[in-house]
Design a binder for this molecule. Structure first.
Ligand code: FES
Ligand code: FES
Length: 194
């Protein structure tokens, strides 16, 4: 009896075997720096950022692709990180809200959100800003949206309707949409007049 192994010990041993066998080591490039971590393949990019790398600027809202709070840039394209597996993005250049500022200066989109009160509680803001940066790149590359009137035109009009449609994946429960649109419009116009 004194030498017997309990069912609990057996279960713990099996759990250890499973957990060490089911994790893998990956290296993610985030905001220009490599980060090596050991995770289970099922870990989302959002959880890798927040729970493993302490990059908590990226927010978790719905965790199912519906709110946009977790938006980051992968090779310059906006993605919802809650629906992305971290292992899929080995080798990609990930940019989070922490990586947008440069040389101590806010990214123009960050500055415009401040200038135009594009937030209230701020929870959706990192996702809104990353999404807006990616959205402008899409627009400037000529990608039409569902409300683009003439997809064959040489240039598209950057209307409020376009902004609303293209940013419709990013929800703001505080309703700061007027400021968000104004901020995005200002950055677009500044880029055009450069
Ligand atoms: Fe990813 Fe809502 S947390 S879309
Ligand atoms: Fe509060 Fe958008 S600023 S949810």
């Amino acid at each position: 009896m004194g030498n017997s192994t309990s069912a609990l010990d057996l279960a713990r041993g099996a759990e250890n075997v499973v957990s060490s066998a089911s994790t893998i080591q990956i290296t993610l490039r985030i905001n220009g720096a490599p980060h090596t971590l050991r995770i289970e393949p099922r870990v989302s990019l959002l959880d890798a950022l927040r729970e493993y790398l302490d990059l908590t600027g990226t927010k978790k809202g719905c965790n199912q692709g519906a709110c946009g709070a977790c938006t980051v840039l992968a090779n310059g394209q906006r993605i919802v990180s809650c629906l992305a597996l971290a292992v899929q993005y080995e080798g990609a250049e990930i940019t989070t809200i922490e990586g947008l500022a440069a040389d101590g200066a806010m990214h123009p989109m960050q500055a415009a959100f401040v200038e135009h009160d594009g937030f209230q509680c701020g929870y959706c803001t990192p996702g809104q800003i990353c999404s807006a940066v990616g959205m402008l790149k899409e627009f400037n590359s000529g990608f039409p949206s569902a409300v683009t009137k003439d997809v064959s035109a040489a240039s598209m009009e950057f209307s409020d309707e376009e902004i609303k449609e293209r940013m419709s994946g990013n929800l703001c429960r505080c309703g700061a949409y007027v400021g968000i649109c104004a901020a995005i419009r200002e950055v677009f116009q500044a880029e055009v007049t450069q």
